[in-house]
Design a protein around this ligand. Structure first.
Ligand SMILES: [Zn+2]
Ligand SMILES: [Zn+2]
Length: 125
């Protein structure tokens, strides 16, 4: 069995990655509750912005954006309020989309030019 140690994006604790997840088991169960809250809120108030949802549910806006980016929340149910500064994709908050954020967080490596090119070609219409 190959398991990776990962750092939880929410609390920063190291944990053993069993399922593909950015969160430790503890935060994952907390997240499940938060996710339901957001879903309920969107059911009552479709078309809300991520910052509105965060304000009323108490769920971190970054989490809501993450779910939006992951496709766990219906894209049509949340109002995109911003555009990614790098690739121009509509995002619900912050300044860059999750993809670009991941790219920026990657260590600089001369062998990793492909993602950059990928972003560049996405601009072309
Ligand atoms: Zn955690
Ligand atoms: Zn982007």
């Amino acid at each position: 069995m190959l398991h990776n140690h990962k750092k939880c994006v929410s609390c920063g604790k190291m944990f053993l990655e069993i399922r593909k997840s950015d969160l430790c088991p503890e935060c994952l169960s907390k997240e499940a509750g938060s996710f339901q809250k957001v879903k309920d809120y969107l059911y009552d108030y479709p078309g809300s912005t991520a910052s509105d949802i965060a304000k009323f549910t108490g769920v971190a806006e970054t989490l809501i954006v993450k779910w939006y980016e992951d496709g766990r929340l219906e894209k049509s149910s949340i109002k995109a309020v911003a555009k990614c500064k790098i690739c121009g994709r509509p995002i619900t908050g912050g300044e860059v989309c999750k993809n670009c954020l991941d790219e920026m967080n990657k260590p600089m490596n001369k062998d990793e030019r492909k993602p950059q090119m990928y972003i560049a070609t996405k601009h072309e219409k």
